[in-house]
Design a protein around this ligand. Structure first.
Ligand SMILES: [Zn+2]
Length: 395
């Protein structure tokens, strides 16, 4: 068997590359060596932006007449954490008891290894593709995601590339291969509230204005009432306060400033804009309440700073893509996968602006953990699912 048709060998080669974001670590070179013999034209654009490290990416295409299928993912991995806590070194790809250990085993070098193997097997059986396949692979998914998939899509589009469907190989299954396909993702929005008060002596509160009182009122307005009850396809929108900071070491001083940071995961009831407006509205109303600030006439003096870029909510409705993947999973595993929009954000949020996109990969239980590992049997099953999907997609 040629190396590129064996997902286990592919994965061992990828795990051996220490590609902790933003380092390429040899992982894209290893992938290029798998794809070039299969007839892919491989390009390796590097993207830059002030204040962030340069990141190398890979775009590989094998062209034919017919629809264009994109496989998307990332070769970068999160740091290994406490290396001494690993049973086997995190870049050794050691196997034990039917499992392969290594950082990225499931998130998501394993998905890439299987897709490359699936394409290799398909091409061994079918000399020609009735369409095009491309690999759109970034080294910047686990990091700031600035010099990665978003720019790679723009870059490819500027060269005239367009796609009919995309599959992202992130680990989507909670327990067993075949459990779950992701057909959308909630959006994500973060902000920091800064309340300015007047510092003073705790025994003379009328001379001061405690910003903590104001902040508590503002934060309360974001926690209740609920933003919505959820929708047919999504969980409820949820806001979590992730930190409250005053930094005041003295017990007898009213502090001058208090801040709180929040993150909202939101469903398709909202867009970034309508949700931002709702949050501003709640804070403005709450700022005028005097329940916790007796005697204070002016509204709470606050500023809201939006953090990072919001991630848009999206839902894929493409029947052909979802149906083809569902039947491929069912044919190989005997299980009908659940269609879900749960979990965090992924690079599918960029791809959805170019073509319908779904996500299906390995079992995610050990992702980002010490002793990240994959069942070797799952690598074979996922390869068969992807091969079946490629065959049905181009049929
Ligand atoms: Zn991932």
């Amino acid at each position: 068997m040629k190396s590129s048709t064996d997902p286990v060998r592919n994965l061992a080669q990828l795990i051996a590359c220490p590609s902790v974001t933003p380092a390429e670590g040899g992982a894209l070179t290893a992938l290029q060596a798998m794809l070039a013999p299969l007839g892919f034209a491989v390009e390796r654009p590097v993207f830059s932006e002030d204040g962030t490290p340069d990141v190398e990416n890979l775009y590989a295409r094998r062209s034919g007449n017919g629809p264009h299928l994109m496989f998307a993912g990332h070769t970068d991995v999160v740091p290994v954490g406490d290396e001494a806590a690993w049973t086997y070194p995190p870049f050794s790809a050691a196997t034990h008891n039917g499992e392969m250990y290594g950082r990225g085993a499931v998130d998501m070098k394993g998905g890439i290894a299987c897709f490359a193997a699936a394409v290799g097997r398909y091409l061994e059986k079918n000399r020609e593709l009735k369409g095009s396949i491309s690999f759109l692979i970034t080294g910047d998914e686990e990091g700031p995601s600035i010099n990665g998939t978003g720019k790679l899509l723009e870059w490819a589009k500027a060269k005239g590339e367009s796609w009919d469907a995309a599959i992202v190989g992130e680990p989507t299954n909670p327990d067993k291969l075949g459990d779950m396909i992701k057909i959308g993702r909630r959006g994500s929005l973060s902000g920091t509230i800064v309340v300015q008060g007047v510092q003073g002596h705790v025994a003379y509160p009328h001379l001061a204005d405690n910003p903590v009182r104001g902040l508590v009122t503002l934060v309360d307005s974001l926690l209740y009432p609920a933003f919505d009850k959820g929708t047919k396809d999504f969980q409820t929108t949820n806001l979590e306060i992730t930190t409250i900071d005053v930094g005041n070491p003295a017990v007898n001083v009213i502090p001058a400033k208090a801040t709180a940071t929040f993150n909202v995961r939101f469903n398709d009831t909202w867009t970034d804009e309508t949700l931002m407006a709702e949050i501003h509205n709640r804070l403005d109303k709450a700022a005028g309440r005097r329940k916790l600030r007796p005697g204070k006439k002016a509204p709470v003096n606050y500023e809201l700073i939006w953090r990072d870029r919001p991630s848009h909510v999206f839902l894929t409705r493409d029947e052909k893509l979802i149906g083809t993947l569902t039947s491929s999973v069912e044919a190989i595993t005997g299980k009908r996968p659940q269609l879900s929009t749960s979990g965090g954000t992924s690079d599918a949020r960029f791809i959805k602006d170019y073509c319908p996109v779904v996500e299906f990969g390995l079992v995610g239980q050990t992702m980002h953990m010490v002793d990240e590992r994959v069942a070797i049997a799952d690598l074979e099953i996922l390869t068969q699912i992807y091969e079946r999907f490629i065959a049905d997609f181009f049929a």
